[in-house]
Each structure stands twice: as structure tokens, then as C-alpha cells.
Ligand binder design. Structure first.
Ligand SMILES: C[S@@+](CC[C@H](N)C(=O)[O-])C[C@H]1O[C@@H](n2cnc3c(N)ncnc32)[C@H](O)[C@@H]1O
Length: 195
């Protein structure tokens, strides 16, 4: 099935892009499914920085990665993703954000537009040309709609000369189906001798 779970589709899309040895950020680690995916794609030579404000989530995620032998390339940070520049000092090949709250966790611990937009801005400035940021927006919960609108407005304003933004939504699914935003930084154009 091509149009299945949004999180699976994101993995399928990114798989075509990620290379061993690359550097990624997981802005919302949660149970660590996305971090594990990234860690496996980039391999032992790569690096994935994972952020979450919930210690419980990071402990769960660390167990998951250890079990799969992928913890060597992961760095977990118990802090807000809006402060990511304090920890990530190198250019990145990409980032993932899976917004909302931890499934089966505390529904009050939601991502918010205030920190999400700051984190996105910081990821974009660290992003290498050709790099990609994916954002899956869940908005059925209280505060979710506000965040979805803020992300939507934000990505629409990104400069099309340097960044391409794509969006994927399930147009006939009921009950607030997730939306995927893809932000891609354009590769630097080679100047020809005639320019
Ligand atoms: C939808 S879950 C992420 C699911 C995860 N990607 C996975 O594979 O299981 C969202 C997570 O974002 C975290 N979160 C909320 N606000 C945050 C913030 N400001 N900085 C970092 N993480 C945050 C929550 O604690 C929650 O674990």
C-alpha cells in the first residue's frame, strides 16, 4: 500500500535520500521509532541528535536503540528542541519533527508553535544544501490546530529561491488526518563560465 500510515510514508521518502555517515536531528524523539530509523539509515559513521522534554521518552528510546545496536550513533538530549543550537554545532543533512504528544503518554506535554517554529528556523540555518526537514503535524488535540496553522503559515513564507516546500495530506480521511510538510534546501547552483 502506497498511502498507508504517515510515519511509514515519511520513512519511505527519506530512505531514498539518507546516506550512511550523515548527520540528522530528531526534534521530537518520543518512543524513538523515528530516531531508530534515522540511526539505522546513517549507520555507525553517522550521528543523530535526539531531543525530547520528557525524560521518560528518552529512556524508552534509548532502550529501543540499544536493543537494535544503534545507540553508538545517537546522542539524546533532554531539552527543548528550540535550544538545539546549543548542542548541535555542525551542519546537518536533515531533521525530523513528529508534532503533537507522545502516544499513550501525557497529552498535556504537546509541542507548541512557540518552540516548534524556533526549532525549525534553527534547523534550516544548520541545513546543508540538498538537506531535508520533515514535519508531521497531528492536530486533533487541544492546541494542535493552532500549531498546524502556525507551521503552515511559516513554511509558506520560506524563500522559494533557496527552499522548496512540499505538503502531503489525506484529502478524504476524516478526523484530522496528519499532514506532512517537507522542507528542502536547494543545492547551490554551479555558475557557468558565461555568467
Ligand atoms: C508525537 S511524539 C513523537 C513520536 C516519536 N517521533 C516516535 O517515533 O515515537 C512528540 C514528542 O515531542 C515531545 N516534545 C514536546 N515538546 C517538545 C519540545 N519543546 N522539545 C522537544 N520535544 C518535545 C513530546 O514529549 C513527545 O515525546
Amino acid at each position: 500500500m502506497l498511502l498507508g500510515k504517515m510515519t511509514t510514508m515519511v520513512h519511505q521518502l527519506l530512505q531514498t535520500q539518507i546516506q550512511p555517515g550523515q548527520v540528522f536531528i530528531d526534534g521530537t524523539v518520543g518512543n524513538g521509532y523515528d530516531t531508530l530509523f534515522l540511526a539505522q539509515c546513517i549507520g555507525p559513521q553517522g550521528k543523530v541528535f535526539g531531543f525530547d522534554i520528557q525524560k521518560k521518552a528518552l529512556i524508552e528510546a534509548e532502550l529501543r536503540l540499544k536493543k537494535e545496536g544503534a545507540m553508538g550513533q545517537a546522542i539524546f538530549i533532554h531539552d527543548c528542541h528550540s535550544k538545539l543550537d546549543q548542542y548541535v554545532k555542525e551542519p546537518i543533512d536533515g531533521a525530523m519533527f513528529n508534532l503533537g504528544y507522545l502516544p499513550k503518554g501525557d497529552p498535556r506535554m504537546i509541542t507548541t508553535p512557540q518552540t516548534t517554529l524556533v526549532a525549525l528556523e534553527k534547523c534550516i540555518s544548520l541545513l546543508k544544501p540538498g538537506g531535508v526537514i520533515t514535519i508531521v503535524s497531528y492536530y486533533g488535540h487541544k492546541g494542535g490546530e493552532e500549531e498546524k496553522n502556525a507551521v503552515d503559515e511559516y513554511v509558506k513564507k520560506l524563500d522559494e529561491r533557496t527552499i522548496t516546500v512540499g505538503c502531503l495530506s489525506f484529502n478524504n480521511r476524516k478526523q484530522n488526518p496528519p499532514i506532512l510538510y517537507i522542507i528542502e534546501k536547494k543545492k547551490n547552483r554551479k555558475r557557468s563560465n558565461k555568467e
